[in-house]
Write a protein that binds this ligand. Structure first.
Ligand code: HPA
Length: 256
């Protein structure tokens, strides 16, 4: 039996209805997750190993609190040189393994004045400033991928707009001023392609940004990847609670 076939056997036994993608430095949010089995991304059909520090590149199954769940530790980014199809691989893998809900998390720069480092933002929409469209592979364009029913489960968080840029370098201050004028509340380099693909596959989608820094030009301190990872860890407990709530809530009319 291959590593993936063995993993799939455990998945079929636990029958998780939801999957979580944990982004940059956010794996500590999984403290409440009890892992039953895991495989490297390289073992999963349609996935490739990631190349970025802080991204484990493991797909696990187990229980998040009392809820069976799939957890992607790490993700695949467009800036790593992957096609939109490959970036959307975790959404397809989650759907193929039976998930009907897809919870995306990311590390982001805060643009909205209330989004200081350590704050969480519920994503209510995005500006996809990464060029290509993941929905081509999913076959259906979903222009409002974030499920209202799941947004309603995060009433304490600012519900904002996430601007997805290609990366991998941080934005220029001028780009951040432009993004703010366009309505962006936070900025990052992921999530939009995956969210559209997942919604196109009929999954119920939620997105949560963990603000690790003020976006470029909004704070005098220079940005460094190491700072991003440290601040992301601090918000992990709050993020874990939000994810637990999203996973445990009843499925809406998913796939209808
Ligand atoms: N910009 C883009 N991506 C990010 C940032 C940022 O400021 N912080 C964490 N991920």
């Amino acid at each position: 039996m291959t590593a993936f076939a063995e993993f799939e056997r455990v998945v079929r036994g636990l029958a998780p209805a939801a999957a979580v993608v944990l982004g940059s430095g956010l794996s500590r949010a999984a403290a409440a997750f009890r892992e039953a089995a895991a495989v490297g991304f390289g073992e999963v059909p349609g996935l490739v190993p990631p190349t970025v520090p802080g991204h484990g590149g493991r797909l696990a199954v187990g229980h998040w609190g009392a809820t069976p769940a799939l957890v992607f530790f790490g993700r695949l980014h467009y800036y790593e040189g992957h096609s939109p199809d490959v970036v959307a691989g975790p959404a397809r893998a989650a759907a193929a393994l039976g998930a009907r809900r897809f919870v995306l998390t990311n590390a982001a720069g805060g643009i909205h004045p209330n989004l200081a480092p350590g704050e969480l933002m519920a994503i209510r929409g995005h500006l996809k400033l990464i060029g290509p469209d993941a929905w081509r592979s999913a076959g259906r364009a979903v222009r409002e991928p974030y499920a209202a029913a799941l947004l309603a489960r995060m009433p304490e968080l600012l519900a904002g707009v996430y601007a997805a840029l290609t990366g991998p370098c941080y934005e220029t201050p001028a780009e951040i001023r432009a993004a703010r004028e366009m309505g962006a509340d936070a900025v990052g380099m992921s999530t939009a392609l995956e969210a559209e693909a997942a919604a196109g596959l009929g999954l119920e989608v939620a997105g949560v940004s963990c603000v690790t820094n003020r976006a470029a030009g909004l704070d005098p301190a220079p940005l460094a990847h190491a700072d991003v990872l440290v601040t992301a860890q601090r918000a992990a407990d709050r993020l874990a609670a939000v994810i637990g709530r999203l996973l445990a809530s009843d499925l809406a009319s998913v796939g209808a």
